[in-house]
Design a protein around this ligand. Structure first.
Ligand code: ATP
Ligand code: MG
Length: 660
């Protein structure tokens, strides 16, 4: 019962090209191994060296890792810095003042550019404006903004004055927003009149008003409103102020608030795919260090690059790889307001072509959706676009099925661009297990090896190491600089969730099942621990069966869950989205049989789904992750009593309930 069995074999390997190796900062496996050895020999010293080299400190730290309050770890605690200084002022001093920091690609296709000098001035005015409203160090500020330069500036302005921001994704409901404002005890909300998505404008300020009207948000004294569309909205005298008015008379210089390295830069609530969202609290110094290091090592970011991370600033990916990492490295990046399917499903490819994007970072859910779209409408297929500016691709958010990986590699990357399949979490702050472009032979569906210094491992339920080739719980054996510091206001939940006593209390439990390849040691994420299937005593992750289904040319997406079964303990139930229209009646029966046979042939009879249900889509979080806990309830025929407030498309539950 202690291990998870692997049922699939991946044999394709893509070693780094000579060109990539030559260009990369970390060049060759020997360089990678040397870093790992350095970390092993002197763990605390390794991170201290990097923190001195990559972060600008106001007052240098004298201590590195402090374990005296474990598992509440501290890093570089007696050093002081300002994250916004590192992202902006440093670029003005380094000769990047007139370099484009952000290319803003609006929903309607208009593009505009903001240089580092301009962004610095905007952030300073914003910061001064917030200070004029009495907001300062230690206050929590909720940001409920569309994807915009102003959204990034709002985060940077908070960082500049030492206020802790909590960004809430603009697609969340008033109720979700109210819960987060209340949990954080925020003093201010920064929002916009409206947001533009897919050719439509949607109210944002009105949602904040509704949230505040629900009660429990009495701590809010200020609401700043960015005019995105200029729509007429209700403003409450004394509390609400337009951004342009807030900053109108403010100077374009603002002395940064120098904070301790452990000062909370932000809170961010997790996406909620496994339960009630947790207010993940991050530090300033350690977090910034990892944002910078991963930009430099994983993406090998260099001055001539144009970087594009398609995440929203409402997710951690949009924090580390939009609001902080690229700026701290002086990169030029795209900030994209729209959606991948507007005006059509070629939008990503058209945008890459228009701005000559060289590094592109997106999620498997988007890739799968665009594969389906390009088969339905060949006009939006990537081959119709000029994508030769690309040199590196990235994936994050879910395991990427090997067939989706291959499509991404061939169709988008022209079989030329390495794919960084980056495993990490809101809690980890940045990449944990990922290839490095100049180092790692790539294997589709595997996130390969730990980032240098990260002590990732696989253990059984008693916390003992599991041998390579066998599945188990993914853990991190040592604290690392960008790790979660606490669950806001709930240290007990922090300990229970991440440092459970069953594992001895000193291993960080990621919550995912994983295994290491018996020969290479490459990691493969097999799915959430909560989702592991147990069929006739075989414990299997969801990922492999889903990948086998997605490997069928007719299947666009699949999610697999277990339901109780008298004979086998648990039976596999698959929810499938086809590239063609959803079948019913006899056609559905025939398709079910064909897919059962397919899985039996691909991985073996043990993995064959007992039931298959067809839907137009799957229940997903707003960040695009499949919510298997809801599918589990459907598979059992249960009423859904769980929290569905973070669901993207609640109507799909009804369709899937009736598709049995
Ligand atoms: P909650 O914790 O509330 O359930 P969440 O885990 O979906 O939400 P995130 O922190 O955004 O919130 O997601 C981290 C999770 O996403 C990981 O634990 C893992 O399950 C999955 N994940 C992220 N990147 C990858 C990847 N490259 N390969 C496989 N899984 C990934
Ligand atoms: Mg999680």
């Amino acid at each position: 019962m202690s291990t998870i069995n692997s049922v699939m074999q991946e044999t394709r390997v893509f070693p780094p090209s000579a060109e990539t190796v030559a260009r990369a900062t970390i060049s060759g496996m020997a360089a990678y191994e040397a870093l790992c050895k350095e970390a092993e020999a002197d763990y605390s010293g390794y991170w201290a060296r990097l923190a001195r080299e990559h972060v600008s400190w106001k007052k240098p730290f004298t201590q590195s890792l402090d374990e005296s309050e474990a598992p509440f770890y501290h890093w570089f605690a007696d050093g002081t810095l300002n994250v916004s200084y590192n992202c902006l002022d440093r670029n003005l001093e380094n000769g990047n003042a007139d370099k484009v920091a952000i290319i803003f690609e609006a929903d309607d296709g208009k593009a505009s550019k903001t240089t580092y000098r301009e962004l610095h001035a905007m952030v300073c005015k914003f910061a001064n404006g917030l200070k004029a409203r009495g907001i300062g160090k230690g206050d929590r500020v909720v940001i409920y903004m569309p994807m915009s330069v102003e959204g990034v500036a709002a985060m940077q302005a908070c960082a500049r004055i030492g206020a802790t921001h909590s960004v809430v994704f603009g697609g969340f409901s008033a109720k979700s927003l109210q819960e987060r404002i209340s949990d954080a005890g925020a003093v201010a909300v920064i929002t916009a009149d409206e947001q533009c998505r897919g050719g439509k404008s949607l109210g944002l300020k009105s949602v904040v008003d509704e949230a505040l009207g629900m009660g429990g948000c009495e701590s809010i004294h200020t609401m700043v409103v960015y005019r995105r569309t200029g729509a007429a909205i209700a403003m409450q005298e004394g509390r609400d102020i337009y951004l342009d008015e807030l900053i109108a008379k403010q100077p374009a210089e603002c002395e940064p608030e120098w904070v301790g390295a452990e000062h909370p830069l932000f809170l961010l609530y997790t996406s909620g795919s496994t339960g009630k969202p947790k207010g993940v609290q991050h530090s300033s110094g350690g977090y910034l260090l990892h944002a910078i290091l991963t930009m430099k090592w994983t993406f090998d970011i260099q001055p001539q690059d144009t970087f594009w991370c398609t995440a929203d600033i409402g997710w951690v990916t949009g924090h580390t790889y939009i609001a902080y990492g690229p700026l701290a490295c002086g990169a030029t990046q795209i900030v994209f307001e729209g959606v991948p399917t507007y005006p059509d499903a070629g939008r990503f490819w058209q945008t890459i072509e228009a701005h000559k994007v060289s590094v592109f970072y997106t999620a498997p859910t988007a890739i799968r959706a665009l594969i389906k779209a390009s088969e339905v409408d060949p006009k939006v297929a990537p081959r119709n676009y000029k994508l030769d500016s690309l040199r590196l691709l990235g994936s994050v958010g879910e395991p990427i099925n090997p067939e989706a990986w291959m499509w991404y590699y061939e169709q988008i990357g022209g079989s030329r661009c390495p794919i960084m399949d980056t495993f990490w979490q809101t809690e980890t702050g940045g990449h944990m297990i990922t290839p490095l472009p100049g180092v790692t032979p790539l294997v589709p569906g595997s996130c390969t090896l730990p980032f240098p210094g990260i002590q990732a491992a696989i253990v059984d339920e008693t916390g003992h190491d599991v041998e390579w080739g066998k599945g188990g719980f993914l853990v991190v054996k040592k604290p690392w600089p960008s790790m979660i510091r606490n669950i806001y206001g709930d240290p007990e939940r922090f300990k229970k969730s991440y440092y459970p006593d069953d594992l001895g209390g000193r291993l960080y439990l990621a919550g995912d099942g994983a295994m290491r390849d018996a020969k290479t040691g490459n990691f493969t994420i097999m799915g959430r621990i909560d989702d592991v299937l147990n069929v006739s005593g075989h414990r299997m992750g969801t990922m492999e069966i889903e990948s086998a289904l997605v490997a069928n040319p007719l299947v666009a997406e699949a999610a697999v869950v277990g339901r109780p079964d008298e004979l086998t303990g648990e039976a596999i139930c698959a929810f499938v989205v086809l590239k063609q229209a959803r079948p019913s009646g006899d056609a559905a029966k025939a398709m079910t049989k064909a897919l059962q046979d397919w899985v039996a042939k691909e991985i073996g009879p043990i993995a064959k789904p007992k039931d298959i249900r067809f839907g137009d889509n799957l229940p997903k979080t707003r960040s695009g992750k499949i919510m298997r806990r809801l599918l589990r309830a459907l598979a059992k025929g249960e009423e859904i009593t769980q929290d569905v407030s973070t669901l993207e498309n609640p109507a799909i539950l009804e369709q899937l309930r009736h598709s049995a």
